[in-house]
Design a protein around this ligand. Structure first.
Ligand code: ZN
Length: 197
């Protein structure tokens, strides 16, 4: 951690950081909210850039600060069609969510085989509310509100969970629906309808 900070002060702007994996207690803490001054700080810009660099490097579609060892309420999401880990049809531009608050708009749930950089090599079937609203601050400290449904709603809920000490595996109701990637590809993918995989 100290070395990372030294690098920051020496002006190394973008860096792929190691991912904290399940078992690391930082993933189980509620992350701290950011003050307006912190949001606009240089350290925050570097954190967001490192998060983006790390997300792209590991092939994620979202990443939360605790996953790179920073217990602050910030996560980023970017959905692109050419992502290698997920077959994605919806697109969502790179976005930063700070101090987010979620509201469920439709309690009807949808299920999806989720994966997580902090739980590498696995997929698990999770049901989550289909439609949500998230109120948050962006990287400029501006108040934003977003209504999301379908896949984007899943991704937002997954990333926000990271800010409150939760992992997707906590939300798996049927533990028989937890699989290693290879077995997922071999046995489960062939049985899926289009919107589950
Ligand atoms: Zn995750």
């Amino acid at each position: 951690m100290y070395e990372e900070r030294t690098k920051v002060f020496k002006g190394v702007i973008m860096a792929v950081r190691p991912i904290c994996r399940m078992g690391n207690p930082i993933l189980r803490q509620t992350a701290a909210q950011l003050s307006p001054e912190e949001i606009l700080s240089k350290e925050m810009k570097i954190l967001i850039q490192d998060m983006k660099e790390s997300m792209d490097h590991y092939g994620g579609i979202g990443i939360a600060a605790p996953q790179i060892g920073v217990s602050k309420q910030v996560c980023i999401i970017q959905l692109e069609e050419d992502n290698e880990r997920y077959k994605i049809e919806s697109q969502f531009p790179f976005s930063v969510f700070i101090n987010p608050v979620i509201k469920v708009l439709d309690k009807k749930t949808q299920g999806f085989w989720e994966g997580c950089l902090s739980v590498p090599g696995m997929r698990g079937y999770v049901e989550r509310p289909k439609k949500i609203q998230v109120d948050y601050l962006n990287e400029k400290g501006e108040e934003k509100s977003l209504v999301a449904e379908d896949f984007l709603a899943i991704v937002i809920q997954h990333e926000l969970d990271h800010l409150f000490g939760k992992l997707y595996i906590d939300r798996i109701e049927d533990v028989s629906k937890l699989s290693f990637n290879e077995e997922f590809e071999e046995y489960i993918v062939p049985t899926l309808s289009e919107d589950e995989g």
